[in-house]
Design a protein around this ligand. Structure first.
Ligand code: OAD
Length: 243
């Protein structure tokens, strides 16, 4: 059975790389980007999470992020997030790369973690570049978050079409070179960089396991595809690996 094979590999692995996407938070009630429920007032994430959308209508983009932040902050980590925090405690060497900005991995206890696309609770000044927790920012006269320098703040999130922040991916590629197992969870694999780090690990010899109820861009390349929701599959995988 696939899950048995994956559990055996996991129990033996020294360097475990995990790449997660929106799907791991689906069971916490946070809509994925490309799945059903990814619409807000009839708009797709792809229409809102862009520098052009923010230039055109910062209020609309902030309204969406305020809504999304509320959804994220009210959500709770699910058994999939908790299983990865447990895996971090058990694996000799571990790194979690997430595309998610919802903060559920750190809230579940993950520490060896890189949030590649930023964090829903943070804003960045469009003028001076200062990064600040949203709770510490006042709204300007226009009702939008304003930096202490007076500049308009934007969500500190990597948007479609933007380059990764300098150094963000380096830690992932460095780990990929030594990983012996790479677990890809809840991502369509359509954003090239996280998928490329996972693929780099595979090509360097890591055993690749994809956890997803649907086929992803990475399922074919993976050594094993564990088909199912991550909140069910991951706890079962950990249980079998260390039973
Ligand atoms: P997507 O919305 O593209 O894909 C979500 C994936 O989760 C799909 O493959 C689903 O099949 C899968 N899925 C759904 N429910 C699941 C469950 N219960 N358990 C496991 N998997 C499940 O989201 P991402 O791949 O994360 O980036 O998209 C990556 C990036 O797209 C986002 O981080 C965002 C956007 O561009 C930026 O904003 C820069």
């Amino acid at each position: 059975m696939s899950i048995e094979r994956a559990a055996e590999r996991l129990a033996r692995a020294e360097h475990v790389l995990v790449v997660t996407g929106a799907g791991i938070s689906a069971e916490s009630g946070i809509p994925t980007f490309r799945g059903e429920g990814g619409l807000w007032r009839g708009l797709h994430a792809q229409d809102l999470a862009t520098p052009e959308a923010f230039r055109r209508n910062p209020r609309l983009v902030w309204d969406w992020y305020r809504w999304r932040r509320g959804v994220c902050n009210e959500a709770e980590p699910n058994p999939g997030h908790q299983a990865l925090a447990e895996l971090e405690r058990r694996a000799p060497d571990f790194l979690l790369l997430t595309q998610n900005v919802d903060g559920l991995h750190p809230r579940a206890g993950s520490q060896r973690l890189a949030e590649l696309h930023g964090c829903i609770d943070q804003a960045r000044c469009t003028i001076c570049g200062a990064i600040t927790h949203l709770d510490e920012l006042q709204d300007g006269d226009d009702g939008l978050p304003s930096c202490s320098c007076g500049g308009l703040a934007r969500p500190h999130i990597l948007w479609f079409g933007e380059a990764y922040w300098e150094g963000t991916l380096d830690v992932g590629y460095a780990f990929a070179a030594r990983a012996d197992l790479v677990l890809v969870v809840g991502t369509s694999g359509m954003v090239w960089a996280p998928a490329a780090v996972a693929d780099q690990a595979r090509r360097a010899g890591a055993f690749m396991v994809d956890v997803n109820p649907n086929p992803s861009e990475l399922s074919d390349a993976a050594d094993l595809w564990l088909r199912g929701p991550s909140g069910v599959v991951l706890p079962e995988l950990i249980r079998r690996a260390w039973s």
